[in-house]
Design a protein around this ligand. Sequence first.
Ligand SMILES: [Fe+2]
Ligand SMILES: [Fe+2]
Length: 165
Amino acid sequence: MFGAGTDGTQQNAIELLKTDHDKVEALFARVKKNEDGNNSDVFRQIKQELDVHAHIEEQVFYPHCLQYGDEELQKIVREGLEEHAQVKILLPEIAALSGDSEDFKAKLKVLIEDVEHHVEEEEGEMFSLVEDQFDEEMLIRLGSLLDAEKVRIGGSAARSASGNQ
Ligand SMILES: [Fe+2]
Ligand SMILES: [Fe+2]
């Protein structure tokens, strides 16, 4: 998350995206432990993380793969975009519901299943193709572009500003 580390190292694109995935998975784990409870606070964090993550993938990472990747990679990225589109329908639907409602719980469960499936495809298939097709220098460059876009839209700083319109 902290682009250029103090030791001068820089997360490459794959490392950066995986760090995001892990962060979201930790939030999912909190929901799973409290399946019958009210998860509206955790959901707000999940939504914030997913909004930013989907945005930087769609603005920086996916376009690069579509432009310079081989056909197999392009195909997986196009599927990924469709999966993002489904998640983007669910997120505002859940946000509009009360955390106590059964619909909220059902939709949040489906959201988690959808995102976990999507992350599996990215980490299991897409990222290995990316590592085969782009060299480390390019992955580092993409990493800083992802990081810059995240900072630009307030991804890292937005956490404490939620609810402030
Ligand atoms: Fe994605
Ligand atoms: Fe992702």
